[in-house]
Design a protein around this ligand. Structure first.
Ligand SMILES: N[C@@H](CCC(=O)N[C@@H](CS)C(=O)NCC(=O)O)C(=O)O
Length: 203
């Protein structure tokens, strides 16, 4: 039986997509969280001095999106054909890009810059993301982003929506296909179970 261990800080952050992909694919793993002072010492032991890392039978991987893709392979969610896998990767990159713009601005210290970017996100970047994501979903038949089965692209959208929901935002009212997909992923037993048992955290 292979052994898997995911290590991150005590939060959702860049690890939650991996946790959701493993949950959706019913893959067992150890969920390790490094808190406070322990990080300084542990940092030395990581490939890039950053988290998350994922250990697969002793092999250590870093970079959250690469780990999410590997987690998807483990759970049968990577996509069935080369073009499905390419489409899934494309959507994951698209979601991650949007997510990172929002997170970066959340931590912006310059109030004027923050306000300006907030406006750009609200009026331009996020509406474009929604339109494009809905368009990709419709172009693939409207059920899933890649092929005719769930992939980690669908889970990536769900993770993004989950973070928005926890921040009090539910912006998928005008994109019915995205809204239906998010609801469908949220009904997966592994995903429901993870949401019910995961530790609470601000981020
Ligand atoms: N591109 C990397 C970024 C990893 C990253 O920046 N991790 C942050 C936490 S979200 C970290 O480890 N920060 C602690 C540090 O740099 O000491 C990924 O997606 O995994």
């Amino acid at each position: 039986m292979p052994s898997y261990k995911l290590t991150y800080f005590p939060g959702r952050g860049r690890a939650e997509i991996i946790r959701f992909v493993l949950a959706a694919g019913n893959v067992d793993y150890e969920d390790v969280r490094i808190a406070g002072d322990k990080w300084k010492e542990f940092k030395e032991k990581t490939p890039e001095g950053k988290l998350p890392i994922f250990e697969s039978d002793g092999v250590v991987l870093s970079q959250s999106q690469a780990i999410a893709a590997y987690a998807a392979e483990l759970g049968g969610l990577r996509g069935e054909t080369p073009i499905d896998r390419a489409k899934a990767h494309m959507i994951v990159e698209m979601v991650t890009e949007m997510f990172e713009v929002i997170i970066k601005n959340h931590f912006e210290k310059d109030e004027a810059k923050k306000e300006e970017k907030e406006k750009e996100i609200k009026e331009k970047l996020f509406p474009a993301f929604l339109t494009n994501a809905e368009k990709f979903l419709v172009a693939n038949g409207g059920e899933y982003f890649a092929g005719s089965k769930l992939t980690y692209a669908d889970v990536a959208l769900f993770n993004f929506a989950d973070n928005l929901r926890l921040a009090g935002k539910e912006p998928f009212g005008n994109t019915p296909k995205l809204a239906a997909l998010i609801a469908k992923v949220g009904e997966l037993p592994g995903v429901k179970d993870w949401i019910a048992k995961r530790p609470e955290s601000q981020f």
